[in-house]
Write a protein that binds this ligand. Structure first.
Ligand code: TPP
Ligand code: MG
Length: 376
């Protein structure tokens, strides 16, 4: 079975952008029909802008401006659909490539850049209202699922969900990957979420790879089916279909917020870029596979759908210009960032003097002295 032929899959738009709901998608159609033209266009603009940003950030890493970049190329629909389904009062726990999720919530993309440049350990302050309850990136695989369940338990204890007031009830959405799904943390988080009936959506982006390990190695069953073992209702969605991703996330979040307990979503997508800029995917996957997923690109799909609905060329040109403006702004501001005061690199690691940290500091001293004496 290929990843996209599970009969349970929810898909609304076929790869060519035509409206072709799968049987499992029927129940979600009212949610999609309720979307306005402006909302549909926003989904598209979100995806185009973040792709331009993502390409820019990848280039900045290649130019030596960033230590590392984890591209979101190809996963835009899963991320935009789910993020646009959340309400302002909801809490967001990203992994490390949910760039558009954080942007939709109000986080300045430059905060991600600062993180990947090594200027900050966290990136942004989740308690600052402008960041839309968005918690920081977590590179320790799966750890954020425990954080999300903990916050969800707090919402239950504080009576902040299931009161029947959708304007005030709160929910949590946590993002993780197919590789992270093998971590014990995720399973513990699901056990506690089910036990305490947290208002929580587990959003798994199955991008088919955990660095060089294919998803087939992670699980003998489709990943969404695991949730049943914990008593968590789950659904599998075509993650390259922004409408389907939006609809399943909206229903799951609404049900969780209203007191229905946790929900799990497996969004089938594809990491079209490298795992990070430190990775070379040509070493472990075929170009035929990459090409087959290029044919299911989320932006091309939504563009074809909007074109068929009559969106103008001007709209698409404006969306592209908006993406270019974001990328330009990020490039300019990145080039102005400068470097971190050295003291932060070593003094915030342990509360007490640590031999290894001292050794690393001496190494850097020697390196910089050599640079001064050599190239400068
Ligand atoms: C606990 C832990 N183990 C190992 C790693 C190293 N590591 C970083 S990303 C990654 C693969 C993650 O794959 P997946 O969860 O599918 O997410 P994706 O990168 O595909 O978005 C691994 C093994 C880590 N960061 N944390
Ligand atoms: Mg993965």
């Amino acid at each position: 079975m290929t990843p996209l032929d599970d009969p349970a899959l929810v898909r609304v738009l076929a790869a060519d952008g035509t409206l072709a709901p799968t049987p499992e998608a029927e129940r979600y159609l009212p949610l999609i029909e309720a979307l306005t033209d402006a909302e549909l266009e926003t989904f598209y603009r979100d995806m185009v802008s973040i792709r331009a940003f993502d390409v820019q950030a990848t280039n900045l890493q290649r130019q030596g401006q960033l230590a590392l970049w984890p591209p979101s190329f190809g996963q835009e629909a899963a991320q935009v659909g789910s993020a646009r389904a959340a309400r302002a009062q909801d809490h967001i726990f990203p992994s490390y490539r949910e760039h558009v999720v954080t942007r939709i919530r109000g986080v300045d993309p430059l905060d991600i850049i600062r993180l990947m440049r090594g200027l900050t350990h966290g990136g942004w302050d989740p308690s600052d209202p402008k960041n839309g309850n968005t918690h920081i990136y977590t590179l320790v695989l799966g750890a954020q699922t425990l954080h999300a369940t903990g916050l969800g338990m707090g919402l239950v204890f504080d009576g902040k969900c299931g009161t029947g007031d959708p304007e005030r009830d709160e929910a949590v959405i946590v993002y993780y990957g197919d590789g992270a799904s093998s971590q014990g943390d995720v399973h513990e988080a699901m056990v506690f979420a089910a036990s305490f009936q947290t208002p929580e959506v587990f959003f798994l982006q199955n991008n088919q790879w955990a660095i060089s390990v294919p998803v087939a190695t992670q699980s003998r069953t489709p990943l969404y089916q695991r949730a049943a073992g914990y008593g968590i209702p789950s659904v599998q969605v075509d993650g390259n279909d922004v409408l389907a991703s939006y609809a399943v996330s909206k229903l799951a979040l609404d049900e969780a917020r209203a007191g229905g307990g946790p929900r799990a979503i497996e969004a089938m997508t594809y990491r079209r870029g490298a795992h990070t800029t430190s990775d070379d995917p040509t070493k472990y996957r075929t170009s035929a596979e990459e090409e087959s997923w290029a044919g299911r690109d989320p932006i091309a799909r939504m563009r074809a759908y909007l074109e068929a609905r009559g969106a103008s060329q001007q709209f698409f040109d404006d969306a592209d210009a908006e993406g270019r403006a974001l990328a330009d702004d990020v490039r300019v501001r990145t080039n102005e960032l400068g470097t971190i005061p050295r003291v932060h690199m070593f003094e915030s690691v342990y509360s007490e003097v640590h031999a290894l940290v001292q050794e690393e500091q001496r190494w850097l001293d020697d390196y910089e002295a050599a640079m001064d004496g050599g190239t400068k």
